[in-house]
Design a protein around this ligand. Structure first.
Ligand code: ADP
Ligand code: MG
Length: 367
């Protein structure tokens, strides 16, 4: 449904909006791009919609090349990050204005008619006679979304659609959106800074940082094989430890050392002294200290700073300075906050990244 090749944008003054980006979204798929503020999410959506002119690249929608076409002829409906409603029109008037602008030939493959109108689905009936200034942020967002859905375009671009919403209603609204999208057979490209939204909505997730699309995959793929430290941090709940390889003396195997020596993890003999690495640890990569196996890594003497219940046990956070490591705890009540804790990292656990580039590298633990 959507295919983007080498799409790129630099703003005046040399500010990078988006590095050359390739992306495809299958018909009926929901792809969510996750990235912090300033990572290029809105830029990408605005380039696809044609509200911003690209420096290069192609945009294909439903088999047509559309990057030379004006926004309304691209077969795309964009919910902008800052929703604009006509201030002098009621909700009913705003919804109708959206519909009048639409011309049937704009949409080559209109989506199937959904059961229940967007107004019903988004509970707008009681709001129809109100003006935009009489609506809450969440209500305005619901009106804008309903207006967008009435455009009947096959591809929806949603820019942080949940950001104005009360946390109490977020989950409910996400659910409404999923139901409506499924019944309309729509294809969705949604961008957000919230991993919870990304995991709830995305069949695949892409991670965007500094205008670079780092990785696209299912949540499981990103969690189990993050290609970049940022992906590991955002989606994989990895704790990240920066350190370097040290060789203690002649014949001693090299060890990755971090946090003043309180983290020590054996690395292969081929690792050269001084190599700077980042170790990514998932909460289940660590176990309580067991009698020494020299192939195991260790974290020694880190104070427990918090313990949160996580359904089947506890999620502990241990810290040293500003570095935090999250650990799964499944063996009864956790120790009191402030306790100094020791952990082991079984061989072959953990994910390694190049400290300079953040890219994943293969460092298999030596036996
Ligand atoms: P996001 O939506 O992920 O927060 P944006 O796409 O809005 O990120 O912005 C990406 C980068 O481009 C940021 O550094 C931002 O400051 C810059 N930027 C966005 N819009 C403009 C603009 N109209 N003029 C100049 N710089 C812009
Ligand atoms: Mg944005």
């Amino acid at each position: 449904m959507l295919s983007v090749h080498g799409l790129t944008k630099t703003y005046p003054g040399g500010v990078v909006g988006l590095r050359p980006t390739d992306l495809t979204v299958a018909r009926g798929e929901r792809l969510v791009l996750l990235g912090p503020s300033g990572s290029g999410k809105s830029t990408l959506l605005r380039l696809i919609q044609g509200l911003e002119s690209a420096d290069g690249g192609e945009v294909w929608v439903d088999g047509r090349r559309v990057d030379g076409l004006p926004p309304h002829r691209r077969g795309v409906a964009l919910l902008p990050q800052r929703v604009a409603l006509y201030p002098h029109l009621t909700v009913a008037g705003n919804l109708a204005a959206g519909r009048e602008r639409e011309r049937p030939e704009d949409s080559k493959s209109p989506v199937a008619h959904a059961p229940g109108s967007p107004e019903e689905l988004f509970r707008l009936t009681p709001l129809l006679s109100r003006y935009p200034h009489q609506l809450s942020g969440g209500e305005r967002q619901r009106v804008a979304l309903a207006k967008l859905l009435r455009l009947n375009r096959p591809l929806w671009l949603l820019d942080e659609p949940f950001s104005g919403l009360d946390p109490m209603f977020r989950a409910e609204f996400r659910h409404d959106l999923l139901l409506f999208a499924a019944s309309a057979g729509a294809t969705i490209l949604l961008v957000t800074h919230d991993p919870i939204d990304a995991l709830a909505i995305g069949q695949r997730i892409g991670v965007l940082a500094d205008g670079i699309l780092r990785q696209v995959g299912t949540a499981d793929e990103l969690r189990s094989a993050p290609g970049h430290r940022f992906v590991a941090f955002c989606v994989g709940s990895h704790s990240l430890l920066d350190g370097a390889v040290q060789v203690a003396g002649d014949g001693d195997p090299p060890v990755f050392v971090a946090e003043g020596g309180s983290v020590r993890v054996p690395v292969p003999r081929s690792a050269s002294c001084g190599t700077e690495l980042t170790l990514g640890l998932r909460p289940d990569d660590l176990v309580q200290r067991a009698p020494g196996d020299p192939s195991y890594g260790t974290i020694t003497g880190w104070p427990l700073v918090s313990a949160e219940p996580d359904g089947s046990g506890w999620l502990l956070t241990v810290a040293r300075g500003r570095t935090r490591v999250r650990v799964e705890w499944r063996s009864g009540p956790p120790p009191p906050v402030g306790t100094l804790t020791d952990w082991t990292i079984p061989a072959a656990r953990g994910t390694w990244f190049d400290r300079a580039t953040g890219e994943r590298i293969q460092v298999t633990s030596s036996k």
